[in-house]
Design a binder for this molecule. Sequence first.
Ligand SMILES: [Zn+2]
Length: 141
Amino acid sequence: MTTHVKPPHLESSAPAGTAPEPRDSKLINRIGRTYRFESAHHLPLLPDGHKCKNVHGHNYRVEVVMSGALDARGFVMDFAEIDAEILPLIRKVDHRLLNDVEGLENPTAEIIATWFLQRITGCESVRVYENDDCWAEVRIA
Ligand SMILES: [Zn+2]
């Protein structure tokens, strides 16, 4: 004889046919936005012969995650407010030699991600893609 046990994700303390009450947990909301820029760089700390020591370019993608409690509007942050903070930063790096930008003298993807994170209010994490396959991420510990 087989006994039927509900999988844990289907168990509920609510009577059959009623929706469970919303949980009273403390919630963290996260939102994200993606930006792109195109720039050249070289990595001066690499040994001679490493291809990334030569000046070359990337089509960078930057994914920014903001987190926090919801405000009176029901937002973590208005996407237009995020743009207002981040687009000036994008303008500083777009179509530039990144090594010439203050704070990006050794512009690895990790350092670029950190450069953005440290300049964006309320930012939880930043992920920088150098191409479709390679990324670096930094987050608030
Ligand atoms: Zn590169």
